[in-house]
Design a protein around this ligand. Sequence first.
Ligand code: FES
Length: 122
Amino acid sequence: MSIDLGLTAEGVYENRGSKMGEFVKIAKTSEVPAGTARSFVVENEVVAVFNLNNNYYALKDQCSHMDLPLSDGMLEDDVVTCAYHGAEFDIKTGEALCAPAYEPVESYEVRVDNDDIYISID
Ligand code: FES
């Protein structure tokens, strides 16, 4: 299991909090290659950012089954399959699509400005 907590080589959190209106900068597009998910910490939330054909989606990085990271899962089309027990979620909505997860995970609105990814966190 690996989670990118945005740590620098010195072990200090990078600035992941630049704001653009109500949106918060979370990552550079280059940090999330197509077909992958990466995990980032922003404003005390651990967020999985998914790149589906260079469209970006963000979910709370916590499977609703046993709270393990969805960013470790397998992305296929707009569905992420949890790496731990196989629950599936719609990356666009957070909806749980099959057992053993029954509850959705929180999804965040995403905007991309140049090569910066922003999410809306309440
Ligand atoms: S923790 Fe995701 S399916 Fe169990």
